[in-house]
Design a protein around this ligand. Structure first.
Ligand SMILES: [Zn+2]
Length: 100
């Protein structure tokens, strides 16, 4: 239930970081934890795969210390969605936080 409620926040957070630098799953789980979201691999990887399948992220593999790691970056479509999300967040903050 809680996860259902915050899944959009998690996706926006992923898109935001993937628009700045290529990210990978473990790194993103740590980042979300810093923000108070407990997201395990059973949620993170399917979310990354879904965002890639929908065209918001693209992945590339790199070998890091002998292991293959998958990095994700926001696509043009992903950046557009992030911009739309920003407008929605602004509107939501105006009402829910600032009570306008
Ligand atoms: Zn963050």
């Amino acid at each position: 239930m809680l996860r259902d409620f915050f899944v959009g926040f998690i996706k926006i957070h992923i898109l935001y970081h993937a628009s700045k630098n290529p990210i990978y799953g473990v790194e993103m789980m740590r980042e979300l934890k810093r923000h108070g979201y407990e997201v395990g691999p059973g949620t993170m990887y399917p979310t990354l795969h879904a965002l890639e399948k929908q065209g918001y992220l693209k992945s590339k593999e790199a070998v890091v210390r002998g292991k293959v790691r998958k990095y994700y970056e926001a696509t043009a479509k992903g950046r557009k969605m992030l911009e739309k999300s920003r407008e929605k967040i602004r509107e939501l903050v105006d009402e829910v936080i600032d009570d306008k």
